[in-house]
Design a protein around this ligand. Structure first.
Ligand SMILES: Nc1ncnc2c1ncn2[C@@H]1O[C@H](COP(=O)(O)OP(=O)(O)OP(=O)(O)O)[C@@H](O)[C@H]1O
Ligand SMILES: [Mg+2]
Length: 284
C-alpha cells in the first residue's frame, strides 16, 4: 500500500535535509506549490507535473497556533524567504500556490492563509482543508485520516470522497513533550530533543503512551465508535514505531502509518495547486 507515496515522501524528505533543497533535474514543466502553515512548522513543497518533489523546505515557526495565524507578518516573512530561495535554486519563477486550513476553523482563516500566500508573492490558486489534502495525496477515497500535528489531532472520515465526520482536538506532539518534560524533570526544549531521539524511543514511548491512547479515544469519538477502514495516521507526532500498534489496540482495529508522515499534508496541498486557473484570493 502507498508505494508511490512512500517514494515521493522519501524524495521530499531528502530535499528538505539537503543543502539546496532542490532537484533541478526533475524541475521541468508546470510546477505546483503547496504551503502548509502548521503549528510546529511551515512546510513549502514544490512538485512537477508528475507529482515528483522538486523543492522542499520545512521551517520551524511560532506564527500559527492550532491552524490559526497568530503572527501574520512572521508567516509572510517565512513564506517569502522560502519562495525566494526556491526560485533562486530552481532558476525559475513560481507563480501560484495552494494553501490549507484545518477543518472547521472558518472562512476568515482561509482568507488569512490566502493573504499570507499573496503577500509572500504568489497567487493563491486554491485553499483546501488539510485532511482532504492528505487523503488526496494518499488516494484514500474511503477511510479515516488521523493527522497528529504539533497542536492537535485532526480526524476525518471519508466515504466515496465525501467527508462524513470531522473533528480537531487539542492533543498533539506538543502535549507529548509536556508529559515528557514533567516526567523527566527537564525543560520543554530538552524534552523536545529527547522525544525526537529515536535511539531513546524505548525510554520515551512508555511515558507518552497515554497521550497516544488519548488520541485513539478522540478518533473513536469523532468517528462515532466506527472509524471507517483503512485508518491511516499522518503528521509529525506519529513518528514512533509503536504509535500505530498502540492506537490499534485501543480501537481494536488495524491502523496504518507511513514514512515521513509530516510531509503527507504538504504534498497533498501541492497537488491541489492549479497554476492554470485564473489565480485570485477573492472569494475565500
Ligand atoms: N521524528 C519525530 N519524532 C517525534 N515527534 C516528532 C518528530 N518529528 C516531528 N515530531 C513532532 O511532530 C509535531 C509536528 O508535526 P507536524 O509538522 O505534522 O505539525 P504541524 O502541521 O506543524 O502542526 P498542526 O498540524 O497541529 O498545525 C511536533 O510536535 C514535533 O515535535
Ligand atoms: Mg499539520
Amino acid at each position: 500500500m502507498f508505494e508511490d507515496q512512500v517514494k515521493q515522501l522519501r524524495q521530499f524528505n531528502k530535499l528538505v535535509h539537503s543543502s539546496t533543497h532542490a532537484d533541478n533535474k526533475l524541475a521541468t514543466g508546470q510546477l505546483r506549490v503547496g504551503i502548509d502553515l502548521g503549528t510546529a512548522t511551515i512546510v513549502f513543497a514544490v512538485i512537477n507535473e508528475q507529482g515528483d518533489p522538486v523543492y522542499g523546505e520545512s521551517v520551524p515557526d511560532q506564527a500559527i497556533r492550532d491552524g490559526v495565524i497568530v503572527n501574520y507578518l512572521d508567516a509572510v516573512r517565512i513564506v517569502q524567504g522560502i519562495r525566494e530561495r526556491a526560485e533562486a535554486a530552481l532558476g525559475t519563477q513560481l507563480t501560484t500556490a495552494a494553501g490549507a486550513i484545518p477543518p472547521g476553523v472558518g472562512t476568515g482563516n482561509s482568507k488569512a492563509v490566502a493573504n499570507v500566500i499573496e503577500d509572500a508573492g504568489l497567487h493563491c490558486s486554491n485553499i483546501v482543508d488539510e485532511p482532504t489534502a492528505a487523503a488526496t495525496f494518499l488516494k484514500v477515497k474511503t477511510g479515516t485520516i488521523v493527522d497528529v500535528g504539533g497542536g492537535t489531532t485532526g480526524i476525518s472520515v471519508f466515504e466515496n470522497n465525501k467527508l462524513i465526520h470531522v473533528g480537531d482536538e487539542a492533543t498533539g506532539g506538543y502535549h507529548m513533550t509536556l508529559v515528557l518534560a514533567g516526567s523527566e524533570h527537564i525543560s520543554h526544549t530538552e524534552a523536545e530533543t529527547l522525544k525526537q531521539d529515536h535511539q531513546r524511543e524505548h525510554e520515551v514511548f512508555p511515558v507518552i503512551r497515554p497521550v497516544v491512547e488519548k488520541m485513539a479515544t478522540i478518533v473513536d469519538q469523532v468517528a462515532e465508535q466506527r472509524p471507517v477502514e483503512p485508518i491511516v495516521v499522518v503528521g509529525g507526532a506519529s513518528n514512533f514505531s509503536e504509535f500505530t500498534t498502540t492506537m490499534a489496540k485501543v480501537l481494536d482495529q488495524p491502523v496504518e502509518g507511513i514514512i515521513n508522515p509530516e510531509f503527507v499534508t504538504p504534498l497533498g496541498i501541492a497537488l491541489s495547486d492549479d497554476p492554470l486557473q485564473e489565480a485570485t484570493s477573492d472569494g475565500y
